[in-house]
Design a protein around this ligand. Structure first.
Ligand code: GLU
Length: 416
């Protein structure tokens, strides 16, 4: 069998969920394909005078439940297929979290490492101008994703507003000075931890006795680590692109932040206080109770899934598990909390930011976190109960609940 593309892999989960809810073939055909795909060629003048030509994409998967919503990533693997897969995941994530958005994703197929801030700004503005006709406060709302951040969103908002007039709600994950919401930056990571708290309560696990390993120390991984530390949960291993670090009794979390502020790596704390250096692969197989893959996709596959020692995998990244990896972990009795549930705090925080922008109003961070927690707990509980009732996995339950909601909205709108 030829290897599955990322979009085919997501559609395999969609097909599985459609069987569970007995969805008819016509409705399924709609949910398996993206509604609109924009591909643009971007010409970016480098600081040295040379010209960089790269491809950019915005895929709008489904908009039955609200404006398209999803992040924008800058990565060499952010091709059309990957963007389609991630856009589809956003449709299921927004539906499962029950927020009034559809699903979209954007990407530029580029390695941004080594690009200057001016080059990144020029590329972001070019991209915005290339896709602006499909964006809008009630049309499609980007957000940060891999290798993009609040500054990227500020450039998109500015480029878009130049034509449309002041439009803060056209992007989320903005800097606080431009209408960003206090709490949004931490929301994906905090959301992962709120789900873990709910799961521990439901499964009767002692939260502070759980040893957690986190792969990735970007926005999601670093906030997961910080939030766990605040709760007194030991983080026994973390990693970033340069490698990882492990200490069975728990790492010195403030030291990790000290090491990484200003561009250092978590590996720099190795050798201190009994912390040992490990590889990213070793992290996946480390002795722990909860594994949080919070870096890139496809890391838990047929090679690495058999090595996992954790009893629970919390997917902080988007599609960190291949269908084969998923099958292996299910067979091994590992509880996998899927991406569309575990990392849904980011887009839920985006929903809070967007709705506050529309009202020109701002919540304090405590309220943001309280509302975020209640959304995450509700989504976890619904998914867990659905899975228990039917004897299916959390991923199957999450997709089934989401598919049912989107299919209902499609039917009510009567688009066919
Ligand atoms: N990029 C994040 C995700 O994959 C957030 C998307 C958003 O807030 O629109 O969920």
């Amino acid at each position: 069998m030829p290897p599955q593309s990322s979009f085919e892999a997501v559609n395999a989960y969609v097909d599985d969920a459609a069987r569970i809810i007995d969805l008819d073939d016509e409705a399924l055909a709609v949910l398996r394909s993206s509604h609109r795909e924009v591909a643009v060629s971007l010409q970016v003048r480098r600081d040295d005078g040379s010209l960089l030509v790269v491809r950019g994409y915005r895929v709008q998967h489904n908009g039955a439940r609200g404006p398209y919503k999803g992040g924008i990533r800058f990565h060499p693997q952010a091709d059309l297929d990957e963007t389609r897969a991630l856009a589809s995941l956003m449709t299921w994530k927004t539906a499962l979290l029950d927020i009034p958005f559809g699903g979209a994703k954007g990407g530029i197929e580029v390695d941004p490492v080594g690009m200057s801030p001016h080059e990144l700004e020029r590329m972001t503005r070019r991209f915005t101008n290339g896709i602006r006709h499909v964006l809008g406060t009630y049309r499609d709302i980007p957000a940060p994703d891999v290798n993009t951040n609040a500054q990227t969103m500020a450039w998109i908002m500015d480029a878009y507003s130049a034509g449309a007039g002041y439009s803060p709600a056209v992007v989320t994950g903005k800097p606080l000075d431009l209408g960003g919401a206090p709490g949004r930056e931490a929301a994906t990571g905090r959301g992962v931890v709120y789900v873990l708290e709910a799961a521990a309560m439901h499964w009767k696990l002692d939260l502070t006795a759980l040893r957690v390993a986190v792969q990735g120390f970007g926005n999601v991984g670093s906030w997961v680590t910080r939030a766990l530390h605040e709760l007194g949960v030991p983080v026994v291993a973390v990693s970033d692109v340069r490698g990882g670090v492990h200490r069975a009794a728990g790492l010195d979390v403030p030291a990790l932040f000290e090491a990484t502020t200003g561009g250092g790596s978590v590996v720099d704390v190795a050798g201190r206080d009994g912390a040992e250096a490990i590889t990213n692969d070793e992290l996946l197989g480390i002795d722990c109770d909860v594994l949080v893959p919070a870096a890139l996709g496809d890391v838990l596959d047929e090679r690495t899934a058999p090595l996992v020692k954790a009893g629970t995998v919390l997917e902080g990244a988007n599609h960190p598990t291949t269908p084969e990896g998923d099958r292996i972990m299910n067979e091994r009795g590992i509880r996998v909390v899927p991406d569309v549930l575990a990392n849904g705090g980011g887009v839920t925080g985006s929903y809070f930011e967007w709705s506050q922008n529309i009202q020109q109003y701002r919540w304090p961070e405590e309220r943001f976190n309280t509302e975020l927690r209640s959304k995450m707990v509700e989504a976890f509980t619904n998914t867990e109960l659905f899975a228990e009732e039917r004897g299916i996995t959390l991923r199957q339950a999450a997709f089934a609940i989401a598919l049912e909601r989107v299919a209902r909205a499609e039917k009510l709108r009567g688009s066919a």
